[in-house]
Design a protein around this ligand. Structure first.
Ligand code: ADP
Length: 366
């Protein structure tokens, strides 16, 4: 087990355009840290910097309090698992797993023991004499995992290891990796663009966008307590609804051009929340499960939206509603509106106790 510390890391591939910007991060012993963010945000770069496969432009990296900023990868005591498996095609499964150990001149009896141990853990016993081309994607990835664990490194690094697998296999492999983490008690750093994978695997999640960390937190906090609109939108499927609203002089919330204004109820203390935002625009963030739709009974005090799309998913139904130029998503856990049609008008209500508010300029939580 090991700790990892990144201090003021900057990485530029081309002069003066950093893809990682003054980044600080600490990963504790035994943690399963998941770096999550959209494609191109710098996740792989960050992992490769920890591995030593890329050099930092500025900053320092420590593994177990030892400075490794300029240490070559093989001396960092890490194992990395890649999306494309990176197996040697001419070698058998056994030879692939043994390769790193042979390079370290470990005795062949010990190598055999370790491979037996790893192949049992990963159900690879019957595949040891096969070549990679005779394996399915899931099997190849299990071999790649086996090769990583036999080396018994201090740190495991995973770069989107499940992205090439189909959805069902991804779920199975998630369980395998999670179990490995529990059994090996190792420090793991895992990169993915898939927020579900991040939430299910991670004990600590690092939300990254454009080379900047937006939040480091537990999966639940990331969902219920996002630091800014990026995290709110990225985490959750679908993400949080974001609605620009105006705060009046007496701290009421107004949606532009809507009949039902103000939309506020007694549920929240707007005076306290908006003490620095009176007469300003802010962003109201509300998760789909807290947007409640009802049929319009009378035309009085309503916030009227138009039903644009219905997605019945079995355990839940998602309703896409257009509110002028904003599209909102409402999640209902019962499919009770089977008579609702596209184009019909519905009354939109927000469970404002659950609303989150963000500064319009900085996009950070108020
Ligand atoms: P992610 O893993 O989040 O998809 P990457 O770390 O692969 O993102 O890439 C971050 C940014 O750095 C992207 O804009 C990408 O084009 C750029 N980049 C990655 N590797 C290189 C490289 N070797 N040379 C130049 N630019 C690179």
């Amino acid at each position: 087990m090991a700790t990892i510390k990144l201090e003021n890391i900057e990485k530029c591939y081309t002069k003066d355009t950093p893809v990682i910007k003054n980044l600080d991060l600490e990963i504790n012993e035994g943690e399963f840290a998941v770096i999550v963010g959209p494609s191109g945000c710098g996740k792989s770069t960050l992992l490769r910097l920890i591995a030593g496969l890329e050099e930092v432009t500025n900053g320092e990296i420590y593994i177990n309090n030892k400075r490794v900023t300029t240490t070559v990868p093989k001396d960092r005591d890490i194992s990395m698992v890649f999306q494309n498996y990176a197996l040697y095609p001419q070698m058998t499964v056994y030879e692939n797993m043994a390769f790193g150990l042979k390079m370290r001149n470990e005795p062949s009896e010990l190598i055999k023991e370790k491979i037996q141990w790893a192949s049992k853990k990963l159900s690879l016993e019957k595949l040891l004499s096969r070549k990679p081309k005779e394996l399915s994607g899931g099997q190849k990835q299990r071999v790649a995992l086996g090769r990583a664990i036999v080396r018994e490194p201090k740190v495991f690094l995973f770069d989107e290891p499940l992205s090439n697998l189909d959805a069902k296999l991804r779920i199975q492999m998630r369980t395998v990796i999670k179990r490995l983490h529990e059994e090996l008690d190792a420090t793991m750093v895992y990169v993915t663009h898939d927020q579900v994978e991040a939430m299910t695997l991670g004990t600590k999640i690092i939300a990254l966008n454009e080379g900047v960390i937006h939040q480091v937190d537990s999966p639940i906090n990331l969902y219920s307590d996002p630091a800014d609109t990026f995290v709110g939108k990225f985490i959750g499927n679908p993400g949080i609804n974001l609605i620009p609203v105006n705060i009046s002089e007496n701290f009421e919330i107004h949606i532009e051009g809507k009949k039902k204004n103000p939309i506020i109820s007694e549920d929240i203390d707007t005076k306290a929340i908006f003490k620095n935002h009176s007469k300003k625009k802010v962003i109201l963030g509300i998760r789909p499960e807290y947007v409640v739709l009802n049929e319009i009974k009378n035309n009085g005090d309503i916030l009227e939206g138009e039903l644009k799309l219905i997605e019945p998913l079995g355990n839940e139904t998602l309703y896409h509603i257009k509110l002028d130029d904003i599209t909102l998503i409402s999640r209902h856990y019962e499919h009770k509106h089977s008579d609702w049609n596209l184009g019909m008008k519905v009354n939109v209500n927000f469970n404002l106790e659950k609303a989150l508010f963000f500064d319009f300029e900085s996009k950070k939580r108020i």
